[in-house]
Ligand binder design. Structure first.
Ligand SMILES: Nc1ncnc2c1ncn2[C@@H]1O[C@H](COP(=O)(O)OP(=O)(O)OP(=O)(O)O)[C@@H](O)[C@H]1O
Ligand SMILES: [Mg+2]
Length: 581
């Protein structure tokens, strides 16, 4: 029926029984539309069915194709001999289509405006009335300019004229251009428009079909704002489908996990999980499918380079406009540094407790130690054979060492608490440190060489300077591994290597140990960077550098893998240069 209505048809051949439709009924309906179009009904039965009179002819299929062809040519010939009748029907048809067209124009959502060649409005439909807030009586006959903001009128007029000449427009149906419309109230609004022209050699008419896209633009703007917030967020924001495939991946996710968006979109989000956490993903996704959010919880993710990150994660279902759950959004914050800082604080607290305890123990040992020293003194005066006297002497030396250690331990504690700057000699501090740690180096079979070209007198907080030196000496001793290795400590007066007018002291702590691979050298002074696993906190060099700088000094490193490492500290001798609190 649709084909019949919208196309010129010369003749219809139809089967009688066609599933739901019946040929004779269809013939009656077609005749109501166009009586002059001949209709032939085909059927398998030899006698014509009821209602065959609605058609012009009946052919039984058993009569064969030639019978049908004969009937077709006869009917076409007789139709051709009735020209007047055809004319009348064409007119009726045009009236019918015009009516239909008018009702379509009034019911469409788009504003349809037709202008003549001088851009006067000749058609203004209902949607145009609503969009421009102007009744068609007022619009008809006016220039199209009335609905275009003044600043765009000239360009728009030009555009239509150019279109009239070339028939080419940039605003085609496939890619509608975005323009600005003007309501009768004076309000401007964004429109999307397409233009077409009718009329050949005679007068040309242009029809503009447009829609108000204010709502869509507002929604797009809101969408863009949200996207900008997501992109600029410091938290990794990821969306994934209900079965865990990554859909979107923001900048922070790139920074945190090391994967670029194009590398991971379309892949399973479970790439970020360690094997033992795989089942967590399944559990979370089934929770999301039930519409439940997963509130903030601590978890672990694995970055592209294998780093294990402590993260705080919140996961929520994403729903479409109908409320169906279509995926999940995950917001994750990197807590690795926070967790490490917490651990460092716990360590520092433990160290402080241990320090206080060591000081108490050292203090308590002093009493019995003095008693033992007195006994040795008395023993020395007693009558002893040579061997016994040598043993007493050795015992006295060891007791002296214990005395030194207790004194140093108490000293550490007091200096650590005082925090004031005073004149100190770096060489004295180094001697004290070696009393505690030197033993370890020597037990390896390694040698310690001290070269004091100066005493290394500086104004500094003794406790803090001792901390810097002992961090470096311990690091060097930990790098030594073989018999014949050497730890060299060189103290001498020297200018600042960056500003030669600043005088001061240079302390070099060098070892011929493992050396430091080039690729990790830039990370040495970062907090928590360690290659010693759980035996190191990675705070030694970071603390040492900040303490050296606090004293107006500098710390630098030179290292050749397999040959050795040398750390140098410069400290200004002039107290005025130091930023000591
Ligand atoms: N003399 C050295 N020779 C070789 N590597 C070194 C040397 N000094 C430091 N390093 C490297 O620098 C890293 C960081 O040193 P840092 O003193 O900051 O931490 P750590 O020694 O690992 O731990 P901590 O000092 O807290 O016990 C070490 O793990 C080690 O890899
Ligand atoms: Mg260290």
């Amino acid at each position: 029926m649709e084909v019949f209505q919208s196309n010129p048809v010369d003749l219809v051949v139809t089967d009688h029984l066609m599933g739901r439709a019946v040929g004779t009924e269809m013939a009656a309906a077609l005749k109501r539309l166009r009586t002059h179009v001949p209709i032939i009904i085909l059927s398998g039965s030899s006698s014509p069915p009821e209602g065959t009179e609605n058609a012009d002819a009946y052919v039984c299929k058993s009569e064969g194709p030639d019978a049908l062809l004969n009937r077709v040519s006869a009917l076409l010939a007789s139709a051709a001999s009735r020209p007047e009748e055809t004319e009348i029907h064409t007119d009726q048809l045009t009236a019918l289509s015009r009516e239909r067209l008018a009702s379509i124009l009034e019911s469409v959502m788009e504003a349809v405006i037709t202008v003549d060649s001088s851009q006067r409005i000749v058609l203004f439909n209902k949607a145009a009335e609503a969009i421009f807030r102007c009744p068609s009586e007022q619009a008809l006959g006016k220039s199209l300019d009335a609905f275009i903001p003044e600043r765009f009128r000239a360009i728009h007029r030009e555009h239509i004229q150019e279109f009239g000449h070339t028939g080419v427009t940039r605003r085609s149906i496939s890619s509608p251009g975005v323009l600005v419309g003007l309501r009768s109230s004076g309000e401007e609004f964004p429109v999307e428009a397409t233009i077409s022209q009718v009329g050949g050699d005679g007068e040309k008419f242009f029809t503009v079909v447009l829609r108000d896209i204010t709502e869509r633009r507002d929604a797009e703007e809101k969408q863009a704002q949200l996207a900008a917030i997501v992109e600029s967020s410091n938290d990794a924001i990821i969306s994934k489908t209900i079965d865990g495939t990554v859909l979107t991946w923001n900048k922070a996710a790139e920074r945190m996990y090391g994967y670029r968006a194009e590398e991971i979109v379309g892949k399973p989000a479970s790439i970020l999980l360690s094997p033992e956490r795989m089942e967590e993903e399944g559990r979370i996704l089934s929770q999301i499918r039930r519409g439940e959010a997963v509130p903030l919880h601590d978890s672990v993710r694995v970055a592209k380079d294998g780093r294990v990150l402590s993260v705080g994660v919140t996961i929520s279902p994403i729903r479409d406009a109908k409320g169906t759950i279509i995926g999940a959004s995950t917001i994750a914050r990197d807590l690795t540094q926070v967790k490490m800082a917490e651990q460092a604080l716990r360590n520092a607290e433990k160290l402080a407790v241990a320090g206080r305890m060591a000081a108490t123990v050292a203090h308590e040992i002093n009493g019995p130690l003095e008693a033992v020293a007195n006994i040795h003194f008395l023993l020395e005066r007693a009558e002893l054979n040579h061997t016994a006297r040598e043993f007493v002497h050795a015992a006295q030396e060891e007791v002296k060492r214990i005395g030194q250690i207790t004194k140093l331990t108490l000293g550490f504690h007091r200096e650590g608490e005082s925090g004031t700057a005073a004149e100190v000699r770096a060489s004295d501090l180094i001697d004290g440190i070696l009393t505690l740690y030197g033993h370890r180096v020597e037990s390896l079979g390694a040698a310690i060489e001290k070269r004091y070209d100066s005493a290394g007198a500086v104004t500094a907080n003794a406790g803090e300077l001792r901390q810097v030196l002992s961090n470096l000496i311990v690091n060097a001793s930990e790098a030594l591994a073989h018999k014949g290795d050497k730890l060299l400590i060189h103290v001498y007066d020297s200018p600042d290597w960056r500003n030669t007018r600043r005088r001061g002291v240079r302390i070099v702590i060098a070892d011929n140990g493992s050396g430091i691979p080039r690729e990790i050298r830039h990370k040495l002074f970062e907090p928590f960077f360690t290659t010693k696993g759980e035996h190191g906190t990675g705070l030694g060099l970071w603390v040492s550098q900040s303490l050296a700088e606090k004293h107006g000094g500098r710390l630098r490193v030179r290292s050749i893998p397999g040959i050795g490492t040398a750390f140098s500290i410069f400290l200004p001798s002039n107290a005025a240069n130091a930023k000591v609190a």
